[in-house]
Design a protein. Structure first.
Length: 129
């Protein structure tokens, strides 16, 4: 694998991490509102699906001319185009499925930051009634 291909893969991995980082605050905010983990995942996935797909599809379409190139250097442009397209497909799948799956697994070991406040208010309401 050439150095240029490794750099392209590193660039594509930043796309994956950026999309994942944009998904996590929405997951966290939904969890702090009192929604269950599955509800939070579904809501944030609905909200972020369109931007993630638009970014991935536009980047992949932009690489199509590299794949269809002919003439001098077409072989190297073809491989770079394939790396970009396959990397975008992989990063999209990872963003849409791996990040929520990882969040659902790790959310069991954490609690919302305002959980204690909600519990105190619930106990106060029970004492008042």
């Amino acid at each position: 694998m050439r150095k240029s291909h490794i750099l392209i893969l590193l660039g594509l991995s930043t796309v994956f991490f950026t999309a994942g980082l944009l998904l996590l605050p929405q997951l966290r905010n939904a969890g702090e509102k009192g929604e269950s983990v599955s509800e939070a995942i579904l809501e944030s996935a609905r909200t972020r699906l369109r931007p993630v797909l638009m970014t991935s599809v536009s980047t992949a379409i932009g690489a199509v001319p590299l794949v269809m190139a002919s003439g001098a250097g077409a072989e190297s442009r073809f491989t770079i185009g394939i790396v970009i397209i396959s990397g975008m497909v992989l990063s999209t799948v990872l963003t849409l499925f791996l990040v929520p799956l990882t969040y659902s697994v790790l959310a069991k070991y954490t609690s919302a930051s305002n959980r204690i406040d909600r519990e105190i208010k619930a106990l106060e309401n029970d004492l008042m009634n």
